[in-house]
Design a protein around this ligand. Sequence first.
Ligand SMILES: [Cu+2]
Length: 456
Amino acid sequence: MSTTDRQGSAPASLDFLPEPDTPETGSSLSRRGFLRVSALAGLGATAATVAACTTGTAPAWTFPPAPSIQPIPSATSTTAPSVAPSASAAPSASAAPSASVAPSASPDLGPIPAGWTAHDMLAREKIRRFVGKLAVPLAGVYPPAAGAKLAEILGVADNYPQLQELPEWAKVPQGNQAIQPKIDGDWKVFDLTIDTIKHQIDAMTPAIDALGYNAIWPGPALRVTEGDKVRVNFTNKLGQTTGTHFHGVAFDDFFMDGIPFVTQLPQVPDSTESYEFIAKPYGSMMYHSHHNATDQVGRGLLAAFIIDPKDPRETYKEKYGVTQEYVWISNDSVGGFTINGHGFPAVQPIVAAVGDRVLVRFMNEGIMMHPWHSHGYRMKVVARDGAPLGTAAFECDTLGVNPGERWDAIIEVDRPGIWAFHCHILPHVEGPDGMFGMVNALIVTPQPVDLAPLLK
Ligand SMILES: [Cu+2]
């Protein structure tokens, strides 16, 4: 699955949910939920119906009646400053990300409610695109008052176009898919290509010239067990030289380290090169280009390499009862501020149910530190750079992750909600047209919900 993956199981695309054998039962919307959803979906988009669902708890805010229509100025004309990372970050000026993203949607977003500005309209548009046609079904899995409030906050009664569309993150390819190795004697063998690709940070922005292992950014997540003999064959289809480094691995043979002119010659185009090593130590690792890397990693040659402990008692599933995991690779150069190669609202959310224990493997493939802030929950941070923290494990709600670092954090979700989860360097997450870049959400449903059928 793109980014969310069940510990130790082969992931399936957009499989957010616990496997059928997990303790949670009822992996689809409850009948009551469906009825509520049907009621909302069939609303004829009237505020009256939404209000009818709001029994007992009156929402604090209601949509103003018939606001006067005002033209919406271009978001680029607002006064918010454009904030760009240091130009030294990127080799070419055009490659520098900018927080001042040009408005990607049609400026015709309808009438502006009293007291709002264009910023509010554009900001709401981002959330509508993030949720897409999941809005009504998702609202339906929460208790009626909460569901009605969520529907009201999004303005579902407006019957806006995104209610019929896939969420933004389901419109673009998501990386991190786990691939299974071939077995060759006692070796686990992965065959990968290194490709030039066109990559969309977001479905509404033009594709950029990017790079990807197996033609996707981030590349496939490779997963092995401590002590495995691993062979990874890379076929270079870039049209330029490269070299691949497995970041965090303790190589016995230093010539496997992947650094052109230090431990090898550069890998020339149209050649296949193999890296062979024993997988150790266990933990969250990465693989990425280590040649012309500001450009090559900045354009997508990055991926997760996960070494599970040989001792099953040391796995996160056994040790902490982890029920699902999410690989979270940040980058911040050529493609702008991204999580798993995408900026909000194209970042695939973490979806969990009450009772889940969610492992997030933060990996920073960028050039700056990002403090990840989890709303509503503290994270229990259990490993740094793959090394278990043991009794030094700590809890926090804001975790700074430096370039090259990996931090493993577990969130025990015990309260439903839709919780923002974002970098707290504000120019990395919010601009004149609302949230963008390094923003994600932890969506906690009261019961497990199978979203996959809704994403067709
Ligand atoms: Cu940041």
